[in-house]
Each structure stands twice: as C-alpha cells, then as structure tokens.
Ligand binder design. Sequence first.
Ligand code: HEC
Ligand code: HEC
Ligand code: HEC
Ligand code: HEC
Ligand code: HEC
Ligand code: HEC
Ligand code: HEC
Ligand code: HEC
Length: 477
Amino acid sequence: MRIYGILSTLVCGTLLAASTLVGAEAQTKKLSDDQMAHKDCLGCHINITPGIVKQHLDSPHANTKRAEEEVRCHDCHGQEHTTMEDFAKAAMPTAETCGECHKKQMKQHKSGKHNLGWMVMKSQIAWHGQPGSITEQGYRGCSGCHKIGEKGLLGVTDGNMGEITHDGGKEASYYRYGNAQCDACHTRHSFKKSEAKDPRACSNCHMGFDHPQWEMYTSAKHGVVWGIEGHEEDSRAPTCQSCHLMEGDHEVRTPWGFLGLRIPTKENVLALIDVAPSLKDPLTKLAAALPTGNYMDVDDDPQWTFDRALILQAAGVLDASLQPTERFVEIVVQAQAARGPEEFNTIRTQMKANCNKCHSKGFVDSHFKASDEIIKAADHEFAKAIQAVQGLYRDGILRVPEGWKYAPDLLQYYDAKTKIEQELYLIMLEYRQRTFQGAFHASNDYMHWYGWAPLKTAVNTILEEEKKLRAEHQAKK
Ligand code: HEC
Ligand code: HEC
Ligand code: HEC
Ligand code: HEC
Ligand code: HEC
Ligand code: HEC
Ligand code: HEC
Ligand code: HEC
C-alpha cells in the first residue's frame, strides 16, 4: 500500500513537472496524444510492474535536459498495446530502436566486436551440440552472454561463404526478449551512463573459465587502486572502459583478440619454406591468400609461425595440407577472431598512447614486449602437445570419431573422446588464455599459477599419456 502511494505521488509529480516544463501556455491546453499515451502506460503499469515505472522515472530518459526530448514508454515499446489483455502487441526494442536517438553510439557498437558476439558463438560446433534450453530459449550459458551480439548475421553456418549479410530480422523474430544489445551495459530501465562506466558492468560476462578479465583486473594493481580509492569515475587507475572504450568509443576490439592469434602474413609463411623445404608447394599456395606487412612489436620467427600453424590446424582452421578451411572463412574472416597487420598496428598504437597518459614509453613498451613473448612461449609448449596428439592419429593409435571432420579438433571442446584430448582442450581454452590475458592485464597470479603452471602440467601429462598409449598399442600388436 505504502509503496503504491509513494509511486503514484511520483508518477503524478513527474507528469506535473513535465507539463510545467513545456511552458505556462501548454499548461492550459490539454495533454498531447503522446503525453496521454504515456500517462496510460504509467497509470496501469504502476500496478503491473511498479519497479519498471520507478526506474524509468528516475532515469535520464524521464529527466532530460530539454523537456520536449523526454523519452516515454511508447518510444521504445510502441502504442499497439493498451489493455490488460493485449500485451503481446507491445514491441520489444532492438539496438536500432536506441539508435534512432543515439546514432553515434549505435554506429560505433555495430562496427565493433560486440556486435559479432552472436554470430561468433554460432560458428562453434560446441554450441550446436547442446540442448535448446542451454543454447536458445531462456538464454542460459553461451547465449546469455553472447546476446550482446546482433542476431541474423549470416555466415558459413547459414550457408553463406562470402561477406556477412543480414536476414532482415528473421532470426531476431524467433526471440521475444534479448534483442536489445545496448542493455548489456546500460541496464533497463535506468539506462545510465554512470553504470556503464563502472568496470563491474563488464564483470558478468568477462569473467571465469576462458576470459577472467574481471578477476585479473581486480587482482592487478590497476583494479586494486580503483577499489581502494572508492570506485571513482575519474580514478587515478584505469578501468576496463578507459582502456577499451577510450573517449567513449563503443567500437571494442583488441590487437590479439580473445584467442591470442594473428593472421599469418605472406612474409611469415614464405620464411617457413627455408626451414621446411618439403612444404614449399602448400606454403606458397597458402601465402597467396594472405595479407602482407609486419606486426609492430612482435618478434616473428619461423618457429613461432610454425607453432601457430599447428594450433590453427588443430582448430580445423587450416586443413592437413595447411590450406584455409570453411572455418577460416567463418571464424577468422567473417567473425573477425584474428587481425591482420594493419588493424593490429592501429589498435596497438592507440592502446599504447593511452597507457602513455600515466606511464613512460619505455615502461609501456617493456610491458607489451614481455606479454607478446609470453604468447610465443605458450604457443611453443602448446605446439609440442598438439604434435604428440597428431602423431597418435597419424599412426592409427587414435581413430577419428564418427562425424568429426578434423582430428584432433580443439573446437569439439569437452566433447573430446580421450583424456589426452581433454587436456589439449584445457590448454587451449583455459591455461593458454589465462597465461597471456593475465600478462596483458598485469595479474601475476593469473599469468603464472592459473596459466603457465597448469599449462606446463598439462603438456607433461599429454607427453606421458602419449608414451603410455604407444606402449599399449605396441603390446596389442
Ligand atoms: C490497462 C493496463 C495496461 C496499460 C494501459 C498498458 N499496459 Fe503494458 N502490460 C499490461 C499487462 C497486464 C502486462 C502483462 C504483465 C505480465 O505479464 O506480468 C503488460 C505488459 C507490458 C510489456 C511486456 C510485454 C511482454 O511480453 O513481456 C510491455 C513492454 C508493456 N506492457 C508496455 C506498455 C506500454 C508502452 C504501454 C503504453 C503504451 C502500456 N504497456 C500500457 C497492462 C497495461
Ligand atoms: C529507452 C527505451 C525504453 C523505454 C523508454 C522503456 N523501455 Fe521497457 N524495455 C526496454 C528494453 C531494452 C527492454 C528489454 C527488451 C528485451 O529483452 O529484448 C524492455 C523490457 C520491458 C518489459 C519486459 C521485460 C521485463 O523486464 O519485464 C516491460 C514490462 C517494460 N519494458 C515496460 C516498460 C514500461 C512500462 C515503460 C515506461 C515506464 C518502459 N518499459 C520504457 C526499453 C525501454
Ligand atoms: C526517443 C529518443 C530516445 C530513444 C529511443 C532512446 N534514447 Fe537514450 N537518451 C535520449 C535522450 C533525449 C537522452 C538524454 C539527453 C540529455 O538530456 O542528457 C538520452 C540519454 C541516454 C543515455 C545517457 C544517460 C546518462 O546517464 O547520461 C544513455 C546511456 C541512453 N540514453 C541509452 C539508451 C538506450 C540503451 C536506448 C535503447 C534501449 C535509448 N537510450 C533509447 C533519447 C533516446
Ligand atoms: C560468462 C559469459 C560467457 C559464456 C557463458 C560464454 N561466453 Fe563466449 N565469450 C564471452 C566473452 C566475454 C568473450 C570475449 C572474451 C575475450 O575476448 O577475451 C567470448 C568469446 C567467445 C568466442 C571468441 C570470439 C572471438 O572473436 O575470438 C567464441 C567463439 C565464443 N565466445 C563462443 C562461446 C560458446 C560456444 C559458448 C558456450 C559453449 C560460450 N562462448 C560461452 C562470454 C561468454
Ligand atoms: C560494452 C558496454 C556498452 C554497451 C554494449 C553500450 N554502451 Fe553506451 N556507454 C558505455 C560506456 C562505458 C559509456 C560512457 C562513455 C564515456 O563517457 O566514457 C557509454 C555511454 C553512452 C551514452 C552517453 C554518451 C554521452 O556522452 O553522454 C549513450 C547515449 C550510449 N552509451 C548509448 C548506447 C547505445 C545506443 C548502445 C547500443 C547501440 C550502447 N550504448 C551500448 C558502454 C556501453
Ligand atoms: C553481456 C555480456 C558482455 C558484457 C556485459 C560485456 N561484454 Fe565484452 N564481450 C562479450 C562477448 C560475448 C565478446 C566476444 C564477441 C566477439 O568476439 O565477437 C566480447 C568482446 C569484447 C572485447 C573484444 C575482444 C577482442 O576480441 O578483441 C572487448 C575489448 C570487450 N568485450 C570489452 C568489454 C568491456 C570493457 C565491457 C564493459 C564496459 C564489456 N566488454 C561488457 C560479452 C560482454
Ligand atoms: C590498463 C588498461 C587495461 C585495463 C584496465 C583493462 N584492460 Fe583489457 N586489455 C588491455 C590490453 C593491453 C590487452 C591486450 C592488447 C593486445 O591484444 O595487444 C587487453 C585485452 C583484453 C581483451 C582481449 C583478450 C585478452 O584478455 O587479452 C578483453 C576481452 C579485455 N581486455 C577486457 C577487459 C575487461 C573486461 C577489463 C576490466 C575488467 C579490462 N580488460 C581491463 C588493457 C586493459
Ligand atoms: C589513468 C592512469 C593509468 C593508465 C592509463 C594506465 N596505468 Fe598502469 N598503473 C597506474 C597506476 C596508478 C598504477 C599503480 C601504481 C604504480 O605501480 O605505478 C599502475 C601500475 C601499472 C603496472 C604495475 C603493476 C605492478 O604490479 O607493479 C603495470 C605493469 C602497468 N600499470 C601497465 C599499464 C599498461 C600496459 C597500461 C596501458 C594498457 C596502463 N598501465 C595504463 C595508472 C595507469
């Protein structure tokens, strides 16, 4: 009762305030159709969903600087639904709805990595193998985080081998909720800028198994200082946002990306021929499809190129003869999981300039140099383990499971059939990730004890297991 009373005062108060602001003249006139519709929504919803009404009335949308810009329920939900029964007619907003008034942010968001989140998830066979309750309805697991991406982008999975196209709203129409994207950081119905500027706003997604950026940030000096000094917006320490949405730019993307991979250059691949002359033909063919240039900061040598090629092969992105597969097209080209030299260098330069606001150039260079080298060292360990498992397949000790196109296949995740391949999967998604992500985010514990240390353990386990499997195979003969 009491809450209802307070809320209705609030509703009347705001409507009154709104009409006062329109000007004295307007007060004598009747409320406009717009205001009437809004009053109806509020009047009924104060009983139906009082929390939403309160949040809306407290939000910047209900308290705009200019009264005539006030945003109302029906600006986002339309006016089709007006009664207790016809609420299925209420429209649910998409990012385009927000974009009608916030063109700049929508444009930036749409050209960034977040917009590809749904598509990149669907590029994974591991997603398609799960029950619908996990993947679709209710947004549990993968879909719950990846709904920050746009639905309806068509890639190889949907039969499109070329550039990404759009299905014009078909896929989005299967989902009543969860197409709004922007509410991932500005939650409804407050839609506040201050909320989105707080690093905790990223933490429900950027945490856990394969991307613990929240844990790494809060266990590194940057997050510690941010915590001690009262979570201030203009903290002496940088936040996720001040490093990744610099100047409020909504287009997120990093040089190395989630997987710490890069597209090999023509030069990288041709340099391999000297080391492995027998592979001259496939390497020359592969090089023809690749960009040319250099990655700044990065110390490329043929060994590293070779190690990375093995990783791409184990992920089915390059085939047995090192040629790009349909996964290369979907994951690397369409969903942009790895960058070429030009893009890598542009983002790296921006990021370093940002660090340079607080640290010296030399300090920043040495931090990036060490982190890049850590990826190189981790890749070398990983490649040893991959070669061991590939050898088992080559020698007929492991057999390609039914329905698998590639083997070993890192993208089968936890559906891998043998212990040795389960270890390989953990290296890819957990240990190697934490090693380099921890290095970049200056979290020593994640870099070492949750990253490098279990990575080494897993490689040793794999090499031991390989010996055992070979001995067993020999004994059976
Ligand atoms: C006469 C009462 C009434 C009026 C007027 C009304 N609504 Fe509703 N609305 C409801 C009821 C009842 C529901 C269903 C609530 C539930 O399922 O818990 C609902 C649900 C909704 C939903 C959620 C729909 C869904 O599928 O989850 C939205 C959005 C909505 N209303 C917006 C509006 C807007 C915008 C207006 C004004 C144009 C408005 N409502 C006017 C009663 C009303
Ligand atoms: C700035 C745009 C915007 C305005 C204004 C707005 N909404 Fe919403 N509303 C949203 C978004 C975004 C969602 C989530 C949609 C989704 O899940 O895809 C939503 C969802 C809802 C839902 C269903 C989900 C839930 O949490 O129950 C209801 C009910 C609702 N709004 C009611 C209202 C009412 C009533 C008002 C006015 C007081 C209002 N909305 C004003 C953007 C808006
Ligand atoms: C009908 C136009 C309109 C629509 C649609 C709209 N907004 Fe707004 N939005 C505004 C206006 C006007 C302001 C306030 C500008 C001012 O006066 O400060 C604003 C402010 C904001 C702010 C800044 C709030 C702050 O704390 O300063 C955010 C964030 C925001 N909107 C997000 C959204 C999102 C997300 C959606 C879609 C779910 C959306 N808006 C839909 C008009 C709109
Ligand atoms: C807790 C939220 C969450 C869950 C659950 C989740 N993801 Fe992600 N996923 C993310 C985030 C955040 C990133 C980006 C992390 C980064 O760049 O370090 C990401 C990245 C990815 C990428 C790499 C994108 C790229 O371009 O490199 C793929 C592919 C992916 N996820 C697929 C999946 C699949 C498939 C599942 C379920 C089996 C899943 N995710 C479950 C949050 C989640
Ligand atoms: C990844 C989190 C994230 C997502 C997703 C996101 N925003 Fe933002 N948004 C932010 C942050 C952080 C700021 C504050 C930027 C700053 O001022 O430094 C912000 C600020 C804004 C502002 C206020 C701008 C200003 O200067 O007053 C608007 C408006 C806005 N966002 C709209 C949107 C719209 C529309 C979408 C969807 C297309 C969206 N945002 C999606 C994080 C996000
Ligand atoms: C609703 C979940 C969600 C929230 C909240 C979220 N993200 Fe993300 N983020 C993702 C997913 C999923 C991806 C992977 C998308 C892809 O690769 O296409 C991602 C990718 C990224 C990337 C790109 C990494 C790369 O591949 O280069 C950056 C940077 C990023 N997010 C930063 C942030 C920041 C900063 C915030 C908070 C202001 C934030 N995100 C909030 C889910 C989220
Ligand atoms: C001091 C700046 C800084 C802060 C603060 C920061 N990051 Fe990063 N982040 C980086 C750098 C540097 C990289 C690696 C850049 C590269 O690829 O060269 C990175 C990489 C990433 C990536 C890609 C995968 C990875 O981890 O390497 C994501 C996603 C990401 N950060 C999200 C976040 C989130 C979420 C937060 C807050 C919890 C955060 N970052 C805090 C600087 C920062
Ligand atoms: C807004 C200022 C600011 C920005 C921007 C910033 N830092 Fe920092 N950084 C700090 C502060 C404050 C500390 C803690 C005090 C100290 O150690 O100097 C710190 C500490 C560090 C440390 C030392 C951690 C330790 O445990 O000793 C590293 C490494 C570091 N920053 C790297 C970076 C990198 C790389 C970037 C850019 C990606 C960056 N910082 C951006 C303010 C900043």
